[in-house]
Design a binder for this molecule. Structure first.
Ligand SMILES: [Zn+2]
Length: 203
């Protein structure tokens, strides 16, 4: 996504990978305390639109179905949050050089099997999602996580170095030394703290 589009979106898409952008739909630390940014089903639709995984028509259709079936919409929202937590737990472990827990992989595989059953390879040899369920935005996210887990890029997954932030990103810096989710936010705050500590100790 280009710079301009990033600025005009409500959600952040700077992680470098779709599924990690989705992990970053909560601010704060997903292990402790966080601020939820997915409040309603419509937020999932908006995220999907901004991420470019659903079309404008699909978005309208999903929003309409959600208002017709509010209980299903709430259930899907809960599922969307559970998917995020599962993906976060897996990628957080990987970024720390640990093995993901088998319960998290089992949970993820359940999402993956479901997503896989909703798609098909078209005659033009493209992957197409064939169902119009409210869960549609979750499938490409799940797919993206499976892709990342199976790719060499998984070794580049990092979790922000700030204690109060658990945003994930792909460290594509030349010497793989990036520590913060983005230098505008967490990195600058950390730098300011170090500067303050230096000034204090020099007094
Ligand atoms: Zn951060």
């Amino acid at each position: 996504m280009d710079e301009l589009a990033t600025e005009s979106t409500r959600f952040d898409f700077s992680s470098g990978y779709l599924c990690l952008d989705y992990c970053n739909t909560a601010d704060g630390n997903l292990k402790r305390e966080w601020k939820e940014n997915l409040h309603t089903y419509d937020d999932i639709v908006l995220w999907g639109r901004e991420a470019g995984i659903i079309s404008e028509n699909e978005a309208e259709q999903l929003t309409r179905s959600a208002s017709e079936y509010p209980a299903d919409a709430i259930q899907t929202l809960e599922k969307a949050r559970a998917l995020r937590q599962t993906m976060y737990d897996i990628f957080s472990a990987i970024s720390a050089g640990e093995q993901p827990e088998s319960k998290d992989l089992a949970a993820f595989n359940a999402f993956l099997n479901e997503a896989g059953s909703r798609g098909t390879i078209s005659e033009g040899l493209q992957w197409e999602w064939v169902s119009d369920s409210l869960e549609k935005p979750l499938w490409p996210i799940t797919w993206s996580a499976a892709e990342l887990l199976l790719s060499e890029k998984r070794g580049l997954v990092r979790e922000c170095g700030s204690e109060t932030c658990s945003w994930m990103f792909l460290d594509t810096s030349r010497n793989h030394s990036r520590r913060w989710c983005d230098m505008k936010g967490c990195g600058n705050r950390a730098k300011a703290r170090r500067h303050y500590a230096r000034v204090k100790s020099a007094e």
